[in-house]
Design a protein. Structure first.
Length: 121
């Protein structure tokens, strides 16, 4: 999980170096709004107003979000941002897989415990 957090920090660094101040207007760039905006940037969207429309309806600061998204889109930093998004996705898949395996193991242990109890009765 630390690796995923490191990816988020690197995404933030790339955004900051492009003068995109997204973290100043949303609390967590790993949340739905932050990830939707970052993924749109990586996909090629550069219009701050269009990017701001990707924010969750509960976020009241769409004007501020649009202002924070006026950056200088340097290709080398967009590349870094893309790499970090890809790594973040990989880590998230691994975490989900590990959690699923742990749940399956726990479920298997419960079944064995129930079977053992029935044998004793």
């Amino acid at each position: 999980m630390r690796e995923a957090a490191t990816c988020i920090q690197r995404m933030q660094k790339a955004l900051t170096q492009m003068n995109v101040q997204l973290a100043n207007v949303i609390s967590d760039i790993s949340g739905l709004t932050g990830q939707a905006i970052i993924r749109a940037i990586v996909a090629g969207e550069r219009n701050p107003r269009k990017l701001a429309t990707l924010s969750d309806p509960r976020v009241q600061a769409s004007q501020e979000i649009a202002k924070s998204l006026e950056g200088n889109w340097r290709p080398e930093l967009l590349f870094v941002l893309q790499q970090e998004v890809d790594l973040y996705d990989t880590y998230q898949k691994r975490i989900a897989e590990r959690l699923r395996r742990n749940r399956n193991r726990a479920g298997g242990r419960k079944k064995n415990q129930i079977a053992d109890r029935r044998k004793r009765l």
